[in-house]
Design a protein around this ligand. Structure first.
Ligand code: FES
Length: 274
């Protein structure tokens, strides 16, 4: 809710200590381009992922055991035969519940509370502020100290679940080395699944919470050489966390799209073995 006009005069960029400018910004470059591209990219992923998660078609290739990450783990009797790598402990689900209902909320929570994505959508969606030296429309700043933004502090817990889901995705990628007539097989779908899962791991371990888990709260690195070694590796990846955040959005969509094309018989998988 915006503050009353009189109060607004003394808040945020209108406070007495700030320079009195009538223009919202004096920047003359295209400062709006980056937030615009960000919001378009995020919206494209959200629309694609939402549609694909609910359609319940072309998500599993029975011949090669390819399962798209958007349906993993598939744990209900609504899943097509073979796609439930961990059994079907849940009964048939109504159409409004995605088949990966157990993992999707956590993956969503992991991405939403990610430090990089926060920066991205705070700037692009809430314009808070949209760019350096561009006044934001809000007059009050409460940070992440109250609902709903206080939930951002739960990121570390989403990180632990994301690790478990990455293990599940790894298992899915391994069981996909399956030939048409049984036994070992290997095709382009395997390359895509393995690259996707490797990048998901890199995104996950480059997380700021992972940095803290591996090297946080230590008084003396010299007394914990193994944790220190891991922390330095994680820190190196962490510098590219933003890139991995975007790359994995792309590889997730690409992996799902390829499996959708093969599962719907639109194209055939390029097979190297089996
Ligand atoms: Fe981005 Fe943890 S900070 S996933």
């Amino acid at each position: 809710m915006s503050a009353p006009a009189a109060e607004r005069e003394s808040l945020g960029v209108f406070s007495p200590r700030r320079a009195r400018l009538t223009a919202r910004t004096l920047r003359t470059d295209r400062w709006w381009l980056s937030p615009l591209l960000t919001v378009v990219g995020l919206a494209a992923f959200v629309v694609y992922a939402t549609v694909r998660s609910f359609v319940r078609s072309a998500y599993y290739v029975a011949d090669y055991h390819y399962l798209t990450p958007f349906y993993s783990p598939c744990l209900s009797e609504s899943c097509v035969p073979g796609s439930s790598h961990f059994g079907t402990p849940f009964p048939e689900l109504p159409m409004w519940i995605p088949l990966a209902f157990l993992s999707l909320p956590f993956l969503l929570g992991f991405r939403l509370t990610c430090y990089y994505y926060r920066k991205a959508y705070y700037r692009s969606v809430w314009l808070s502020p949209p760019a350096c030296a561009v006044a934001e429309p809000h007059t009050k700043y409460t940070g992440e100290t109250r609902l709903p933004l206080i939930i951002q502090n739960s990121h570390r817990y989403f990180f632990y679940v994301a690790v478990i889901i990455s293990v599940i995705n790894t298992y899915d990628a391994i069981v996909a080395f399956h030939g048409k007539g049984g036994g070992f097989g290997f095709g382009l779908g395997n390359v895509i699944l393995v690259v996707n899962v490797l990048l998901l791991w890199i995104y996950t371990v480059s997380c700021h919470s992972c940095r803290h888990v591996t090297g946080g709260r230590l008084k003396h690195f010299s007394k914990h050489p193994v944790r220190y070694w891991i922390w330095t590796r994680v820190s190196r990846l962490n510098t590219r966390h933003m890139q991995f955040a975007w790359i994995t959005l792309g590889t997730l969509m690409l992996t799902d799209f390829y499996i959708m094309l093969v599962a719907s018989d639109t194209i055939s998988d390029l097979r190297f073995v089996g």
